[in-house]
Design a binder for this molecule. Sequence first.
Ligand code: HEM
Length: 126
Amino acid sequence: MKKLETREDIELLVNKFYDKVGSDPTIGFFFTDVAKVNWNKHLPKMYAFWETLLFGQVSYKGNPMAVHFPVNEKIPMEKFHFEHWLTLWTETVEENFSGEIADLAIYKATNIANLMAHKMDIARRV
Ligand code: HEM
């Protein structure tokens, strides 16, 4: 299996992941109906995000937590949504790549998804 090592690899991974997400019965509607995401803008942001996290290229400048709060206010983003997001991400990484950086992509996503799930939950209680 191929190592995850280039910007092209990130683009392929992110494209395949959001292909799955967009038509996913459990979380797809957050993107297509709730936030009505413009994929031409969203995908390049996600390439930059993952390039920054995995290769230390500082190409993403944003606040990944902040954009999810307005979504969470419209429709609660619950623990099971994040678990499902993570299952799709892990599956997509493992179907296409192996090695240290692929493992790191799963590890970092797990940490962020858990933290995000917690923050969304807290935001709904205040
Ligand atoms: C159930 C899980 C999730 C859902 C439904 C979701 C949904 C969304 C949506 C709808 C947007 C676009 C918001 C907008 O532009 O108005 C977005 C952006 C984004 N998401 Fe998520 N997300 C989830 C989990 C995650 C996780 C776990 C991560 C990180 C590992 C993540 C990283 C990002 C980033 C980096 C952006 C772009 C932020 C920016 O505009 O700078 N998301 N997400």
